[in-house]
Design a protein around this ligand. Sequence first.
Ligand SMILES: C[S@@+](CC[C@H](N)C(=O)[O-])C[C@H]1O[C@@H](n2cnc3c(N)ncnc32)[C@H](O)[C@@H]1O
Length: 261
Amino acid sequence: MLSYQHIYHAGNLADVQKHTLLAWALEYLTQKDKPLSYIETHAGRGLYQLDAAEAVRTGEAAAGIERVQHEGWFEGEHPMSRALEAVRSRHGATAYPGSPLIAASLLRSQDSLHLAELHPQEHAALALALSTYEAKAYRQDGFELAQSLLPPTPRRGLMLIDPSYEVKADYDRLPKVIAKLHRKWNVGVIALWYPILTDGHHQVMITALKAQNLPKAICHEVRFPPARKNHRMVGSGMFIINAPFGIESETQRLSSLFSGL
Ligand SMILES: C[S@@+](CC[C@H](N)C(=O)[O-])C[C@H]1O[C@@H](n2cnc3c(N)ncnc32)[C@H](O)[C@@H]1O
């Protein structure tokens, strides 16, 4: 297994939704001086070059981050533009930060980052991309790592769960896994990304998540044109528990921008 490589998809419209909400949430959480923990169960390699052959071949970044930046989705001090600028000033104009590097760019020296990535090459690239930050990159199953860390120190914080859904059983087990993680860390912000595919496979998972009545849960979904003819992904979603106060202003802004694509 583990054939998925995010370089083919980095900066696509699903990443735009996921990374924008992540950046917004981290900016909100860092308004208080108190330290926080950032945990990621499926980190990827952290740093991508959008002129790499894989990214150019799919054209997903061109139709994603490159298009929306051109259209001015992230003006001025938006945390997404701050993260992009920070990474591009270090790694060049075609660099694109994955979620670990977005977090590392926006977090502070008092915060802790724990990142799980199982694929050996992706893990090696992640460790290199994050080597100048105070971050721990584990070559370990992300759910096992999360279980072992919770509740983390510092106790405030955010966990991003971003599986590649290569294993269809992920959809079935995620509601139970998330309920268990929440029981161990009831103050943590837990954000799950999921694809919206033409077969609607996510719907049972989202119905099960909503039925658990988790606190301050929001579910934000956007639709977009498929990257290629017959491509099955037609949208993406974020289910967030203990969602930061006021995040609806950003989800509404995104919904309106995505509906104009
Ligand atoms: C969608 S990508 C991550 C993208 C990244 N979160 C971002 O937004 O930049 C999913 C990653 O999870 C890794 N992976 C798959 N199963 C895993 C597991 N059980 N534990 C940790 N990582 C895993 C894959 O190798 C892949 O790199």
